[in-house]
Ligand binder design. Structure first.
Ligand code: PLP
Length: 393
């Protein structure tokens, strides 16, 4: 047997490991200290009532012969695929339900979807980036174009003459920067992809956090996207499904390359490599798209947004540059006084017991920046903001 040698090309996954090591050491040296954890990418609020009720109801269905479900359709239950298609329709995006594939989360899909593409394709990753994009491509032996972004373009780069890539990862609202592409900027990417034959992999895991009505939630709000894009979504952050696991992927039937239809290829992939997602979870997921479910998840999102507002007020008071927070659950700030990401991490840990995420961990151009997550506890967020102002003010 020959192992996949590309695994040897993976950079050490040091970011969260290194953070955990540093905080562990600090707690060993300062036992009993409370840490203000503003680094977590996980939610802290439980599932909403509508989802819990639907999950319980579905468990009961499984106890009765007449309502019991065995294997589910590999691409998703028709009731959920239809529900999600209607969710898009409310935003003016027409999808047929068989363009929606139910998944067990965005991470799984971001890796699995690469099955559709030849290993010789080159992938573009806009950095700073969610680390899984780069690693999934390294594992597959693909070459990667690291497209750096920065303050000058608001962390929202446009395609240029050097953007030579076949797969274009776009994450909007972005993790880690919280930046969101507007219609005009996304149109440039769609036109570029259609012109060059590239395919956009649009990660919309944070779409529900957009509050500005002018900003697109989906790449399919952009004319022309049906012939060049795949959208990967998740209920993880939208509805607190990080531990419950449910997502969905949209592949339009108009998406074809070299005579091959990517929707049909994905049907073949799913029917070969999966046996569907649990009936119980799909019922829980469908409840999120009801009127009641939407109201409840937006109450939770409002809680996180208030956390964001607290941190943003602190940064405004300090005159520190940042982006994100308003239409995303992350705030991306410039480290003060030209400090490096890890230097700033150490300062916050040691002086005010606040833990965030050093920007350098999301790609080289993240050096000198720092990410705050707003998924934490309200009281901790308030105290972290107060300590930040006291330390840097
Ligand atoms: N995409 C982005 C940008 C993320 O930040 C995350 C999780 O943090 C994911 C995808 C993965 O989401 P899921 O929990 O659905 O696997």
């Amino acid at each position: 047997m020959k192992p996949n040698k590309h695994y040897a090309d993976l950079a050490e996954s040091y970011l969260f490991f290194h953070i955990a090591q540093k905080t562990k050491k600090y707690l060993e040296e300062n036992p009993g200290t409370h840490l203000y954890r503003m680094g977590i990418g996980d939610v802290s609020l439980p599932l909403c009532d509508a989802a819990i009720k639907a999950l319980h109801g579905a468990v009961d269905d499984q106890a009765v012969k007449e309502t019991f479900h065995g294997y589910m359709p590999e691409c998703g239950a028709p009731f959920l695929r239809e529900t999600i298609a209607q969710y898009y329709a409310k935003r003016g995006v027409e999808l047929s339900s068989d363009e929606v594939f139910v998944s067990s989360g965005a991470s799984d899909e971001l890796g699995d979807i690469l099955d559709l593409f030849d290993p010789s394709n080159r992938s573009m990753v806009i950095e700073p980036a969610y680390p899984a994009y780069v690693d999934a491509n390294v594992m597959g032996g693909r070459s990667i174009l690291h497209l750096a972004s920065g303050i000058d373009n608001g962390f929202l780069p446009e395609p240029g003459p050097d953007t030579k890539a076949d797969l274009l990862y776009i994450c909007s609202p972005n993790n880690p920067t919280g930046a969101v592409f507007g219609r005009e900027a996304l149109t440039k990417w769609v036109e570029f992809a259609n012109r060059t034959g590239a395919v956009i992999l649009f990660d919309a895991a944070y779409e529900a956090f957009i509050e500005d009505p002018a900003l697109p939630h989906s790449i399919f709000e952009i004319p022309g996207a049906r012939t060049c894009a795949i959208e990967i979504c998740s209920l993880s952050k939208t509805a607190g499904f990080t531990g419950t696991r449910l997502g969905y992927t949209v592949i339009p039937k108009d998406l074809e390359r070299e005579g091959m239809n990517l929707n049909a290829m994905w049907v073949r992939n799913r029917t070969t490599k999966t046996n569907g997602i649990s009936y119980i979870l799909q019922r829980g997921g469908a409840a999120i798209f009801t009127e009641e479910g939407q109201k409840q998840i937006h109450e939770n999102i409002r809680y996180y947004k208030e956390n964001a507002a607290i941190l943003m007020r602190a940064l405004d008071k300090l005159g520190i540059w940042y982006c994100g927070g308003k239409n995303a659950p992350y705030i991306w700030m410039k480290c003060p006084n030209g400090m490096g990401s890890w230097e700033f991490f150490d300062l916050l840990l040691k002086k005010i017991q606040v833990v965030g995420t050093p920007g350098e961990g999301f790609g080289a151009c993240g050096e000198g920046f720092f990410r705050f997550s707003t998924f934490g506890d309200r009281a901790d967020t308030e105290e972290a903001a107060r300590r930040l102002v006291e330390l840097l003010g």
